[in-house]
Design a protein around this ligand. Structure first.
Ligand SMILES: Nc1ncnc2c1ncn2[C@@H]1O[C@H](COP(=O)(O)OP(=O)(O)OP(=O)(O)O)[C@@H](O)[C@H]1O
Ligand SMILES: [Mg+2]
Length: 245
């Protein structure tokens, strides 16, 4: 399978503070790649840089093209969708309105295809379909997360940048979301999944990177990482609770 995104020597930070120090990363098309690590490691900084909402230096190749200097809107048009840690939904709008109005709409999509996209999202997350007229501000944490992912999917991305979908959610809901993400990847979507919940993330990933203070301290096949007891104890232990079977 071909490489969809390749990051070479990415450096990013805030003002004079460097957070990410020369990261190298790649993801094969149609796979889930996890970036794991503790609070403050730089996981969100990485995703926001790749989404184009934060400036960075270094090279980012996407679909064979250098997109390093390309702004956020155009990254979206090319198929990179970010679900940020702060979900940024429109609270006074319904689920349906958030999906139809909140996302970026590819120019070539006619009305029918656009609405068909909505149906696909309701298939993936039936809870959203059942509540499509409910206002976003009244949703549970899990439903909010589903809506944020759904909205990103409306732009028909090739790459989904997913920032801590499990944050604050009960294990069963975490697993619902992970299962949906796995289903999307099985249909060809590539996912860069940032998580503190290492166990849940690695279960659906094919590859993982462990980020600590702005550097990758380990990487490998998901199974390899899970089986590495020392690694799990050192970096992934506190968040390694597994969803209910
Ligand atoms: N807007 C900002 N301005 C200045 N420093 C920031 C800003 N956002 C993040 N940082 C700093 O950058 C570092 C990495 O933060 P980041 O949010 O990327 O970590 P993270 O791995 O996503 O953590 P968490 O798991 O808590 O979400 C932290 O030291 C943080 O304080
Ligand atoms: Mg974060």
């Amino acid at each position: 399978m071909s490489v969809l995104i390749e990051v070479e020597g990415l450096i990013a930070g805030y003002g004079k503070v460097v957070v990410l120090e020369e990261l190298w990363l790649r993801a094969t098309a149609g796979t889930i790649v996890s970036v794991l690590g503790p609070n403050g490691a730089g996981k969100s900084t990485l995703l926001n840089s790749l989404g184009g909402v934060l400036p960075s230096t270094g090279r980012v190749w996407f679909d064979g093209e250098d997109i390093s200097r390309i702004p956020v809107e155009e990254r979206l048009m090319r198929g990179i969708a970010l679900v940020p840690e702060k979900r940024e939904l429109f609270g006074s709008m319904t689920i349906g309105e958030n999906l139809l109005l909140g996302g970026y709409r590819p120019r070539q999509l006619g009305d029918r295809a656009w609405r068909a996209g909505l149906d696909r999202i309701f298939e993936l997350f039936p809870r959203l379909g059942e509540r499509r007229s409910q206002r976003a501000s009244t949703l549970s944490g899990g439903e909010r997360q589903m809506l944020a992912i759904g909205r990103a999917l409306m732009s028909r991305p090739k790459l989904l940048l997913l920032d801590e979908p499990s944050l604050g959610l009960a294990p069963l809901i975490v697993w619902d979301i992970m299962r949906a993400v796995a289903e999307l990847a099985a249909c060809g979507l590539t996912v860069l999944l940032v998580e503190q919940n290492a166990r849940a993330a690695l279960r659906i990933s094919s590859y993982g990177y462990v980020l600590e203070m702005g550097r990758f301290v380990a990487e490998g096949n998901a199974k390899q990482l899970m089986d590495d007891e020392r690694l799990v104890a050192t970096y992934l232990g506190a968040s390694a609770d597994s969803p209910a079977q």
